[in-house]
Design a protein around this ligand. Sequence first.
Ligand code: ATP
Length: 310
Amino acid sequence: MSGALLEARGLRTGYGRLPVVFNVDLEVKEGEIVALLGANGAGKTTTLRALSGMVPLMAGEVLLDGKSLKGSTPDSIARGGVVHVPQGRGIFPNLKVDETLRLACAMAGVRRAEADARVADAYSVFGRLDERRTQLAGTLSGGEQQMLAIARGLIMKPRVLMIDEMSQGLAPTIVQDLFSIVRSLPEQGVSVLIVEQFVTHALDVASRAYVLEKGEVALTGDAAVLARDEAFVRGSYLGESGIDATAGNGAAEFHFDDGDDELPLAAGLLEKIENRAAQEGRNATEVLVDLLREAMESPARQGNGNGGMS
Ligand code: ATP
């Protein structure tokens, strides 16, 4: 129990020759939920990419069960139990829910009978996916797509599931549901590393947290202790991107899924764009730009007071 399951030591990584993460030490122990917080551009996603082998290390090492992952491919790291649910979900819109899960089984090299059991397990965790087995993934709501992305990760039977910006663009009610599922993962033998903008939820569900600032760990500790000082953490390290747990964030305002868990701001927007594009014989992007301009100029929108980020 004492040793780390997944560990980064002196991690330095980045893109091309440019490092964006410097000397990061981080660990996830068996049964833990750990939060990785930080302002936009602090290096959270890059850290997850390094842990899952998607970007090469410039210095330091990543260890699973104390063994270096040096030279391992992303695929072998995933098969070894470190599974990354990427920001943006990476869902194939033209595959059905069931096909998505079965493809994940096939890619993990799981045999048919075992695949049936794993898919059934996924449906028992995500009842909403069970009801939508034959629906194309691209037609799911944003919340359901996130469930599918997590379910696909769980199909791999991970030891550590790393979830990047799970709540991005989703309404508070569905975010609560997703966090309840995350909270239950350690009982199923899955440790969790979450990158999250909903700081309050993240600190609530996690036992420990790391706060990254400009690619370095600026603060780390017990999540409950950091939660008590949340205002300080937000003010000192998260700047304006420390988004209130009860409010939608900026990304949410541009989220166009047509599901029942979307934010009211986006409700009907897709339909409106499509209708107007058809009427005016223009493409949807041009109409979208017009609508955004009109919305920004509208006094009603400015007075609607939703969000409160200045
Ligand atoms: P965000 O919340 O905005 O996603 P983050 O903390 O996850 O922020 P990263 O996405 O890891 O931050 O980005 C860290 C730095 O690396 C930023 O300066 C970003 O511009 C840069 N960066 C990210 N992805 C790439 C890439 N593919 N190529 C080059 N630079 C990148």
